[in-house]
Design a protein around this ligand. Structure first.
Ligand code: FES
Ligand SMILES: [Fe+2]
Length: 345
């Protein structure tokens, strides 16, 4: 399966790569090894030793160098072989190094041509900046392809059916729904009136549980699958600027064509003080249950039914809420096709 390569993907939360430690993760069907250099910057190298294909995750980090755990070849942060216990370093045994940017609590990796890795292309997740926000962070791996995840987040009509006691209510389907494309960004926006939200959702949005509310849920997508939901609520009939908007991040990176990494987060402003810090942790813990116990099993069963077939080629039904996800996938596929075409030209 072809992936979009010239794009920023999330590779992990910033705290998943400790100083002195190694993190091994499969992204886009490639084994990647993450570590920090002596200055603390995250580095990413191809995770397999070119000598006899040993996984470098079985190696060690020695003075900023990755030493293979099999015969001891050593590789610097730029991937060059810098150490050979049996002679001079082997110039033809370099590892691919991937551009990395640490931003907004996440580690971003560029999987394509390194000279095109422009940090300005990373979508804005400034609401997750630990300098200004309390960020509650979670992570799941899902045995379902990332295209199913894109559609799941872009079509929140499912919350009424899949999350009736956690995130949804029967008012969702009566809400006003509209989607739009702004450049390469897709928005999928839902406005729900006179809703009785679950107590946890109400308190996340600063409302006393039991308050009848007007809720807005605006989903933003950028390729490949970097998504945000800007959700807020006010007591029914009150102006929106009286409400609190609570943004969440939903960041997906393919592990394989049939499995995905899912990093999710919820952010509260630092100005809320200790209350905000506590809410960030409580709310991210609350979100884990619907994501893990409701979305994940559904997505994994969808993938099991799809099997190895290419989702892009499958005959699908059509509901009004599918439009945004279909447009997002088409934008993604057009970019993938352009890359594949450029390679074969
Ligand atoms: S496999 Fe890595 S040094 Fe031999
Ligand atoms: Fe869901």
């Amino acid at each position: 399966m072809a992936y979009l390569e010239n794009a920023w993907y999330v590779a992990g939360w910033d705290d998943e790569v400790p100083q002195g430690g190694l993190l091994s993760r499969r992204l886009l069907d490639k084994p990647i090894l993450f570590f920090r250099d002596e200055a603390g910057a995250v580095k990413a190298l191809h995770g397999v030793c070119p000598h006899r294909y040993a996984p470098l995750a079985r190696g060690t980090l020695v003075d900023g160098m990755i030493q293979c755990g099999y015969h001891g070849l050593g590789f610097g942060a730029d991937g060059a072989c810098v150490h050979n216990p049996f002679g001079a370093p082997l110039k033809n045994m370099a590892l691919r190094a991937y551009p990395i940017v640490e931003r907004h609590s996440a580690i971003w990796i560029w999987m394509g041509e390194a000279e095109r890795a422009d940090a300005a292309l990373i979508p804005d997740f400034g609401f997750n900046d630990p300098a200004t926000a309390w960020v509650g962070k979670g992570y799941l791996t899902v045995k379902a392809g990332y295209e199913l995840e894109i559609e799941n987040i872009l079509d929140l009509s499912h919350v009424q059916f899949l999350h009736p006691t956690t995130l949804g209510s029967d008012k969702v389907s009566d809400g006003h729904y509209a989607w739009k494309q702004e450049g390469e960004t897709i928005w999928s926006n839902r406005d729900i009136k006179d809703e009785m939200m679950t107590p946890q959702l109400a308190s996340a949005m600063g409302l006393v549980p039991g308050t009848l509310a007007d809720r807005w849920v605006y989903v933003r997508w950028n390729a490949p699958a970097n998504m945000a939901i800007f959700a807020g609520a006010v007591a029914t009939g009150r102006p929106r600027d009286e409400g609190r908007e609570t943004p969440t991040a939903h960041l997906f990176t393919p592990e394989t064509s049939r499995s995905s990494h899912y990093w999710y987060a919820i952010a509260f402003p630092k100005s809320m003080g200790a209350v905000g810090e506590q809410m960030a942790q409580e709310q991210v813990d609350f979100l884990r249950a619907p994501f893990e116990l409701e979305d994940l099993p559904m997505l994994e069963d969808q993938q099991a039914n799809i099997g190895n077939r290419d989702f892009r080629q499958m005959k699908l039904g059509w509901l009004p809420g599918d439009a945004a996800g279909a447009r997002a996938r088409n934008l993604l596929y057009a970019r993938i096709d352009a890359e594949v075409g450029a390679k074969s030209a």
